[in-house]
Ligand binder design. Structure first.
Ligand code: CP3
Length: 333
């Protein structure tokens, strides 16, 4: 049995596996080298030789328990034919959403456009070094993808006032997103992903009254779909105010918490396995602080099924030696 399954399926509390969001990324010089030679981010994600190599980079250096495939949540709008670009020091920039064009796309067109992501997953999951490790596939949650597709860039702090202006458009796009997310999940699993994580990075932007429509209901559909394929699903509804309510309604197999969540409090609130929590900025301090903070999470979740991770992605300015120290701290705990 693979390490994350011991926690998620068997509720094992005797060991604490570790993987880190954005473990394949800019804090690694070997990634920056490939990135420099490949200025177009989407093309890099679609180059299965390079994207599988990048996925495995952190596992060559550190004793991690899982690989997360090097791709992006915005491969979904890309697969639907919306323009997606990444500008340095700005982040993603999307073209205007054209509902007429998007409704013409079928499963075959979509898979054709992004099939090399699946090829990369196949390469990674069949690599000998992953025999006893998980291969994590992922998607953006419908809400977060809707935000990017309508807003055409990362929202700053809040949504623009007119975000919900065209409610019928929003509801139609949401259904399209959900349909193709299922296709995306299925293809990742068919090619070797044995865990799915759903990233809802902008869950915290929604008012309470909108949660059922835009988060609970569409995410529950995806969670149920993934479960029906017999693969565990982890949800990360970042900065949502009420994690307990989310878990009670959506019922993921495990919940990933952000760094604003009080770990002691959530321990008393949910029964399912918990993942993550530690502030990525701790990796920018010193070894003593890092050990203390990591041990805090490990102590609190000592008798609970827990997967070590951060409360958001590892920061590009992180020293790989500190990353190494973190992995060793968790492994030696
Ligand atoms: O190692 C891994 O975690 C796997 C790869 C991965 C990437 N993006 C690669 C990436 C994963 C899981 C993601 C998810 C993702 N992408 C999310 C959800 C998690 C989160 O951060 O909240 C979101 C919101 C996106 C959209 C996105 N992609 C943004 C906002 C940006 C720009 C900001 C940034 O960090 O650069 C990206 C680009 C991106 N995705 C990079 C990487 C390694 C940086 C690209 C570069 O090298 O310039």
């Amino acid at each position: 049995m693979k390490p994350l399954d011991k926690i998620i399926t068997c509720k094992d509390t005797s060991f604490k596996p570790i993987w880190i969001m954005r473990q394949a990324g800019r804090y690694l010089p070997e990634f920056r080298k490939i990135r420099k030679e490949n200025p177009d981010f989407i093309s890099l994600c679609l180059n299965d030789d390079l994207s599988s190599e990048i996925t495995l980079q952190p596992l060559k250096r550190f004793n991690l328990d899982a690989a997360i495939i090097f791709s992006d949540i915005l491969m979904l709008p890309y697969g639907l034919g919306q323009k997606v670009e990444f500008e340095k020091n700005f982040g993603p920039k999307l073209g205007k959403l054209n509902l007429n064009e998007i409704t013409k796309i079928d499963d075959v067109d979509f898979v054709e456009k992004i099939h090399r992501v699946y090829k990369a997953i196949k390469k990674v999951s069949s690599d000998a070094s992953l025999k006893n490790k998980n291969t994590i596939g992922f998607v953006g949650a419908p809400w977060t993808l809707l935000v990017y597709m309508i807003n055409q860039q990362s929202p700053k702090k809040d949504l623009k006032k007119d975000f919900f202006r065209d409610e019928s458009l929003i509801n139609r796009v949401l259904l399209i997103i959900e349909k193709f997310l299922k296709v995306h999940i299925k293809n990742q699993i068919d090619n070797g992903a044995n865990i799915i994580q759903i990233f809802d990075s902008w869950a915290g932007l929604l008012e309470e009254k909108n949660l059922p429509n835009y988060i609970y209901s569409p995410t529950l559909n995806l969670v149920n779909y993934t479960k029906s394929l017999n693969v565990p699903v982890i949800c990360f509804p970042r900065e949502i105010k009420n994690y307990k309510e989310f878990c009670d309604i959506v019922k993921p197999d495990a919940i990933s918490i952000d760094y604003n969540v009080n770990p002691q409090k959530i321990l008393g609130e949910v029964d399912i396995p918990i993942q993550g929590g530690m502030d990525p900025k701790i990796l920018l301090t010193d070894k003593e602080t890092l050990k203390k903070e990591a041990s805090k999470y490990l102590d609190i979740f000592k008798d609970h099924p827990y997967i070590f991770n951060l409360g958001h992605g590892v920061l590009p300015e992180t020293d790989p030696n500190m990353f190494d120290y973190l992995v060793k701290t968790v492994k030696n705990y």
